[in-house]
Write a protein that binds this ligand. Sequence first.
Ligand SMILES: C[S@@+](CC[C@H](N)C(=O)[O-])C[C@H]1O[C@@H](n2cnc3c(N)ncnc32)[C@H](O)[C@@H]1O
Length: 205
Amino acid sequence: MIRSEYFKKNVSRETIMKLSKFHNILIDNNKKMSLISKNSEKIAVERHYVDCAQMIKYFDKSDKLILDIGSGAGLPGIILDIIKSDYNLNFSTHLIDKSPKKAKFLHNVNSLLNLDIKIHNCDLRQINDRSFTTLVSRAFKPMKEFFEIILDTDIKFKKIILMKGEKFMNELKIAKKYFEINCESFKSLTNPKSKLFVIKSVSKI
Ligand SMILES: C[S@@+](CC[C@H](N)C(=O)[O-])C[C@H]1O[C@@H](n2cnc3c(N)ncnc32)[C@H](O)[C@@H]1O
């Protein structure tokens, strides 16, 4: 079982068991493909799962259909889907990743954990479903590139929740030259140098 004060405090034992199963599958598959950095395997609970789980604080009942863009190992989409019932949330989760290997891993996790997630294995620009309540993303692209793809792809959304690392200030400064961004930012629980951005709208200047 994974050990985490954060999860112990916030979710049920069954959820912790599901997270542990996810962790085992991830670590096992990380031997043959690059899902998370090898250096972060031993600290994956805090570095990856708690980091992703903290996003749930910015969800409410209006978040019904979420898309995790550039999901990779299912971060944050799978974590959010596993913990949602502990927060009385009931959204449907879609994940998109263009890598066939990662999509195969995500399909395996979906079936082994008995989740009901929809996985899109294509470039974001080619996705068929283009209407979501909520976009989430972590470690995908710098903000400017992210907004360019979202707007070019014409994906409809009401909210974007972005997890940004230490370079967030610079990224935001660059993005603001090209886009009008209506957003709030919040401290990360896991890294004082990171931020979570909750974006209500973004348009080209
Ligand atoms: C750095 S990984 C981040 C993975 C995960 N979100 C995390 O936090 O660990 C970025 C992922 O985005 C995917 N990706 C990059 N460009 C993409 C695109 N245009 N459409 C869909 N997926 C893309 C890559 O295949 C990769 O798995």
